[in-house]
Ligand binder design. Sequence first.
Ligand code: NAD
Ligand code: ZN
Ligand code: ZN
Length: 407
Amino acid sequence: MSGNRAVAYKGPGEVEVIDTDYPEFELKDGPGVNPANVGRKVPHGAILRTVATNICGSDQHMVRGRTTAPANLVLGHEITGEVVEVGPGVEFIKVGDLVSVPFNISCGRCKNCIERKTGICLNVNPDRPGSAYGYVDMGGWVGGQAEYVLVPYADWNLLKFPDKDQALEKIMDLTMLSDIFPTGFHGAVTAGVGVGSTVYVAGAGPVGLAAATSALLLGAAAVIVGDMNEGRLAQARSFGCETVDLSQGGPAEQIEQILGVPEVDCAVDAVGFEAKGHGHDAKEAPATVLNSLMDITAAGGAMGIPGLYVTGDPGASDEAAKKGSLSLSLGTGWAKSLSFTTGQCPVMKYNRGLMNAILHDRVHIAKNVNATAITLEDAPRGYKEFDAGAATKYVLNPNGYLDGKAA
Ligand SMILES: NC(=O)c1ccc[n+]([C@@H]2O[C@H](COP(=O)([O-])OP(=O)(O)OC[C@H]3O[C@@H](n4cnc5c(N)ncnc54)[C@H](O)[C@@H]3O)[C@@H](O)[C@H]2O)c1
Ligand SMILES: [Zn+2]
Ligand SMILES: [Zn+2]
C-alpha cells in the first residue's frame, strides 16, 4: 500500500484534495507537525480505512483563514473507520473492526485521561493540553478527511460498534459520534438540562442542532434555537424546536413571546468567536453570544459553551480580539451566580451511551442535522456550501461505504 488521498487546507477559502502518504506507525514531519512530535513512534496505533469523515464548523475557522493553520495541513477530526492494520502494541482492537474515533486524541495514561477529561490530555500535544486530528496547534496528528488515517492509543481511543452490519445501516447517525453529537450533548449536560428544563441554544449549525437534539433527549420542556440563518432555523423546527430569528434583534424578547418570560433555565453557546451581532446586517461581534446568554439565563443557571474561543485571532476586527480578549459583561454572570463550562468536549464520556441511543432508535441525529454524504473529491464544494450557510452536515465518503446511504 503506498498512496492516500486527503483534503488539505491550501489558503484562506481554499481546500484541495491531494495525493499524500499512506500512514505509518510513526508521526512524520509535515505541515503543522510540532517538532517535538516528529519521529514519535506509534506502536499502540491502528490504521483505519475511512468509512465516513465529516466537515465541521471547527474546520471552517481554519479554512476561513482565522487561525495560523499552515498550507497543506491535512484536515479532518470527525472520523469513523474500518481497522486495516494494528501496531504491535495493540491488544484488543482487531483488523476488520468498525470504529468511531473521538476527535480528541488522548493517551489514556495521564491524570486528565484517568479522570475522563480527554479533551485536555497531557501527553499528545507538546504545545498545550488537548489535541485533535488535522488541526492547527494540536500537535500535528494527520487529519482523517482521507482514505486512510492513523489513530494512536487505539485500544483506548476507539469505540467499536458491536455489530458491523447493523452499524453500516445506521452509519449516517453513528458518524456523528466522533464529535458533534457528544459535543452538543456535553453543551446540554453542562448547561444543566434535565426533565422539564427550558433551554436556549445559540447557533443552528450542526453543533447547535446536536445540542437541541440532546436537550430533547434529556427531557427538556422547551428548546429554543436562535440563528440568523432561516434555512438552519427551519431544520431546528423540523424536529420540534422553537426558533428565534436574530436578524430581528436579540433573543430576550422573542424568548418572552414563546415562554412568557425573557429567560431560560439553561443556555448553550454553539457559535463561538466568529459570532455575528444581533439585528439587521450586524457585523461580527465575538462577545455577542456570551453576553446575551448571561442576560437570558435565569439566576443560578448554567451555560454550556462548546462554541470555540481562541487565544489568538489574527483576522479579528479589533486589537483586543486579535489576542483573544473579548469584552464580556462578566458582572452580569457574577450577579446571577451563573456557571460556565468551556473547552473541547470530552467525547469518550458520552459516545458509548449515545451510540446505544442510536442503535436502539431513541434518537435520529443524522436526520436532525440533515447529514448528506458526498465524495472525497467533492470536499471543496462541501466546504464552500457549508461556509455559505447550507443547512447540511456534509459527510465525506472516501471509500464508498456510504454509497446509497441517506439520513
Ligand atoms: N467544544 C468542542 O468540542 C467543539 C466541537 C465541535 C465544534 N465546536 C465549535 O462549535 C461551534 C459550532 O460548530 P458548527 O459546526 O455548528 O459551526 P457553524 O459555523 O456551522 O454554525 C455556527 C452558526 O452560528 C450562527 N451564528 C452566528 N452568530 C450568531 C449569534 N450571535 N447567535 C446565534 N447564532 C449565530 C451562524 O449563522 C451559524 O449557523 C464552532 O465554534 C465550532 O468550532 C466545538
Ligand atoms: Zn468537529
Ligand atoms: Zn492523557
